[in-house]
Design a binder for this molecule. Structure first.
Ligand code: UDP
Ligand code: MG
Length: 321
């Protein structure tokens, strides 16, 4: 194998996707072969516990452009994606889900747009999510509204992790000290010229979602805390509001005292105490969220471990003839 660099790398993170893999190859391979340029597919096996690694090994026999990176443990979609991005060698690096929700054919449009308009980033924007569940759609809508508000409008709405990056963008990402970047926020933040390709999000081709509710909440929390200190300021505002309320109540209490009307209000006292307790706990929790981030950052542990990479096997230094 020559060390000629591929024009395009396609990173596919996967966790327990044995059932979609054959379908994926069936659709992805013709698209990439049709490019007429050297390419590589970087399958990142995120510590799958099903037959995914075996299926991948089998597929590699008939598809030399398929490269398999195996992570030692399940590290999550974002970490798997990052592992693939940082190890990809292509001039452009695209990322796509394994489950065919993002149509591989769109990759060609992304590459063309990036070249024609000399863009560094092309986002796949979901024009239609009618195949997603109502729950997924509404939580996604809320998520994008929130991050656009907190992070800024540079984050394209409805753009997930289906996108194309130039080599320069990948190198810029690599320079960030962050161990656990939320790519869909960090990428727009880099400020490279970007464009969009709209596409219709399909149904999962096989298998079931690997994003549990708790993982979705994790992604949302990471997204907010990695880009904004606004929740911390919430405590200040709540405190200020509470003080104002207290002042008003104090004045009312003094007036009531001088008017000789007895203070009723066990209930209101009780509610006020509970409410303040709740607000304090909430603020503590928010603080904790940021401290946890600091803690993780200080520990400096990598967010994934690469167990093996088939590129390391084939890339033996060939003696020059
Ligand atoms: N994925 C991964 N590691 C995980 C969870 C998911 O690599 O721990 C992959 C998964 O195999 C798929 C992609 O991330 O290729 C998106 O996951 P999924 O389709 O389950 O999420 P959804 O589309 O339901 O949001
Ligand atoms: Mg999916």
């Amino acid at each position: 194998m020559t060390s000629r660099e591929p024009a395009l790398s396609v990173v596919v993170p996967m966790f327990n996707e044995e059932s979609v893999l054959p379908l994926l190859v069936e659709r992805l391979r013709p698209v990439l072969d049709g490019l007429g340029e050297p390419y590589e597919v970087v399958a990142v096996d995120d510590g799958s516990t099903d037959a995914t690694p075996i299926v991948l090994t089998g597929l590699r026999r008939g598809w030399p452009q398929l490269r398999v990176i195996r992570l030692r443990r399940n590290s999550g979609h974002q970490a798997a994606l990052t592992a693939g991005l940082f190890r990809a060698r292509g001039g452009y690096v695209a990322s796509i889900d394994a489950d065919l929700q993002d149509p591989p054919e769109v990759l060609v449009d992304m590459l063309r747009l990036a070249r024609d308009e000399t863009l560094d980033i092309v986002y796949g924007v979901r024009a239609d999510r009618s195949t997603d569940t109502a729950f997924k759609r509404s939580t996604a809508g809320l998520y994008y509204r929130l991050v656009r508000r907190l992070v800024g409008n540079t984050v394209p709405a409805q753009a997930g992790d289906f996108r194309l990056l130039s080599r320069a963008t990948v190198e810029a990402l690599r320079e960030l000290p962050e161990r656990r970047p939320v790519l869909r926020l960090v990428v727009p933040w880099l400020g490279f010229p970007s464009g969009e390709v709209r596409y219709v999000r399909d149904q999962r081709a096989a298998g079931s979602t690997k994003y549990s509710l708790s993982r979705m909440v994790r992604l949302a929390t990471d997204s907010i805390t990695s880009f904004s200190g606004a929740p911390l300021r919430l405590a200040t505002w709540l405190g200020a509001g509470g003080m104002l309320l207290c002042t008003v109540m104090l004045v009312l209490a003094i007036i009531a005292y001088f008017r000789d009307s007895t203070v009723t209000g066990w209930a209101s006292l009780y509610v006020a105490v509970l409410f303040l307790g709740a607000v304090q706990l909430l603020c503590l929790g928010l603080l904790g969220e940021y401290i946890a981030r600091i803690y993780t950052a200080v520990q400096g542990r990598p967010s994934y471990f690469v167990g093996s990479d088939t590129a390391d096997l084939v890339e033996q230094p060939a003696p020059d003839a």
